[in-house]
Design a binder for this molecule. Structure first.
Ligand code: EPS
Length: 384
């Protein structure tokens, strides 16, 4: 399965075309819109989220609520475009009073993008580089998670750190974890840490500054054997890391114990193997569900680090690209902290990557054919 996205943050809208999904999968529009809604939440976001109310318009690939096995086109309208019709006109000449963005923001794609694509107005860079575009990735992931749900695979994500404030008391039980994260304005399952994270965001906001953080994604219900050790580009750990690192502002990805594994003896890192008479068990999950780039049947656990948003209301110094004179960086309306939203993006990106590996292993043109393949494989696994 594959997808292609398009769209500018303040243009008419965003589009994603998903290809390779099996036919006959019942799809819920509400569940796609629910992921889009979750992505728009989170304490620390700017005023833009009061304008948008993201929903998908599906224009191909689904009939009577089921996939056809043909490309699925999903479109999300940018409500804010009504305020940008002249500044983001597709065909008309630029308005006479157009103010170009010429002072690149440190940390953003602005400077390198303007040089690379020969743009004079940095808006031509930032419109596509914007994390607004994660809405399309979430829509694709929201479809993928509906396919995974059919096979008993579920995902969640929760925030474990914002601006140096760490969660310490995290429920280990699945439903409790989801409930606690949903109840927190920053999607942190530790209520006490959640309050301190909110205070940290307020502190950043008061200073015209921003904060980043870390979130954790958990995928449960994966069969043994997704991904492969046979070739580097088939390793599921590498594919997850690459996809998650490709989300705007993401600077680090670790699987299972991650960097902590590098500090311990091997005996304190690896998970002993046991058998309960019907299946293999692991008393610990330091590997985060992946050994040799292959799922081992334990939950996949991935932690992802996001840098602080690079648009600062109290800007760092920059250079005006027209005059080459020192000037404070441009200030665009922005968020103070988008870690809670990024956790939802990460969750749906992970859903996409796992679904891709799942379709590779159990591929079939219809969901019924996939079910046959899964059943046959499960019967074999039970004999091992
Ligand atoms: C973003 C800047 C802000 C964010 C935006 C990402 O947008 P605006 O400049 O319109 O206020 O709100 O994120 C979204 C619009 C979104 O839906 O996630 C940026 O520069 O990356």
């Amino acid at each position: 399965i594959r997808y292609l996205t398009a769209g500018e943050s303040h243009g008419p809208g965003l589009t994603v075309i998903v290809e390779g999904f099996p036919s006959n999968l019942p799809v819920s529009r509400e569940q796609i819109d629910e992921q889009l809604r979750r992505r728009q939440q989170g304490y620390g976001r700017g005023r833009r989220q009061q304008i948008e109310s993201d929903r998908v318009e599906v224009t191909s690939g689904i009939r009577f609520g089921k996939t056809l096995g043909t490309p699925i086109t999903m479109h999300i309208t940018n409500r804010d475009f009504t305020h940008w019709t002249e500044k983001m006109a597709v065909w008309d000449a630029p308005p006479e009073n157009l103010k170009q963005v010429t002072r690149p923001r440190p940390g953003h794609a602005d400077l390198a993008g303007a040089i690379k694509y020969d743009h004079e107005d940095i808006r031509d860079v930032l419109e596509r580089a914007s994390a607004r575009n994660t809405a399309t990735v979430v829509a694709a992931g929201a479809l993928a998670r509906q396919l995974l749900a059919r096979f008993g695979i579920e995902l969640t994500a929760h925030v474990v750190e914002i601006g140096g404030v760490r969660a310490t008391c995290i429920p280990s039980e699945w439903d409790a974890l989801i409930q606690a994260a949903d109840a927190s304005p920053v999607r942190c399952a530790d209520a006490e840490a959640s309050d301190r994270m909110v205070a940290r965001i307020d502190e950043a906001k008061a200073k015209g500054d921003t904060v980043g953080g870390v979130f954790e994604i958990v995928v449960r219900g994966c069969p043994v054997g997704l991904g492969s050790y046979a070739h580097p580009d088939r390793r599921l750990d590498g594919r997850l890391a690459g996809a998650l690192m490709s989300i705007q502002a993401i600077k680090g990805v670790e699987i299972g114990l991650g960097f902590e594994a590098a500090r311990r003896f091997g005996s304190q890192v690896h998970d002993a193997i046991a058998h309960d008479g019907s299946r293999y068990l692991r008393p610990t999950n330091g590997a985060g569900g992946l050994e040799g780039g292959v799922t081992n049947g334990e939950p996949i656990v991935v932690r992802v680090a996001m840098k602080p948003i690079s648009t600062l209301y109290t800007p760092l110094m920059s250079v005006d690209m027209k005059t080459k004179q020192p000037e404070p960086a441009a200030v665009e309306r922005s968020d103070y902290c988008a870690v809670p939203a990024a956790s939802v993006v990460g969750e749906n990106v992970a859903a996409w990557v796992v679904a891709e590996a799942f379709v590779e292993k159990f591929g079939g043109d219809s969901v019924e054919q996939m079910e046959d393949h899964v059943r046959a494989y499960q019967a074999r696994v039970a004999r091992r």
